[in-house]
Design a protein around this ligand. Sequence first.
Ligand SMILES: Cc1cc2nc3c(=O)[nH]c(=O)nc-3n(C[C@H](O)[C@H](O)[C@H](O)COP(=O)(O)O)c2cc1C
Length: 177
Amino acid sequence: MDFLDLVKARKSIRKFKVSSISDDILKYILECGINSPSACNIQPYRFIVIRGRFKDKFCKEVFSGIYHFCSFVKDAFVIIAIIRNKKSFKMKIGELVTDCDFSLIDIGICGQQIVLAATEKGLGSLWIGWFDREKAKKMLKVSTDERVEILIAIGEKGEEPSERKKKTFDEVVSFIE
Ligand SMILES: Cc1cc2nc3c(=O)[nH]c(=O)nc-3n(C[C@H](O)[C@H](O)[C@H](O)COP(=O)(O)O)c2cc1C
């Protein structure tokens, strides 16, 4: 499969089949995240893999009230919480000088490597930004220097969404010579 095919094969999955993923595949997917580039190679994140009974409790809490819309992810085999370290000294210096928070870019890259690895393994995935971060922080016992930035659900697909319309090349790309 060429890379563009893999990229296009990834679609947000909002219906998962209850099933399992082997530890080897899970490890492979996480290694793809760990081997991402990051500014100064700081890798300002760690992953917490949420599964089993704790996942049920976690979903009940973080997808309640206004966040209920995403509660369908309880059927995914795992939810990977990407925890961002906000306090690295090097990172703060970089941000001060360049006016750019590289840590969020770093998280975007590693998260996308994770979802593409899951796609390569035939699995469905979903980025989840719509959850109660305060409750997630408490449940995952995350320190005050850290933030539960984003969740990624991975599991067996329970749907095959049709191709999502994306902006065209000309809408997005310009050249200056
Ligand atoms: C940072 C980020 C956060 C997202 N949060 C959610 C979410 O909370 N719930 C959800 O259903 N989809 C979420 N999505 C998925 C987007 O809605 C989806 O990527 C977009 O509609 C394009 O569809 P596609 O992923 O199938 O190409 C999120 C995507 C990204 C990148």
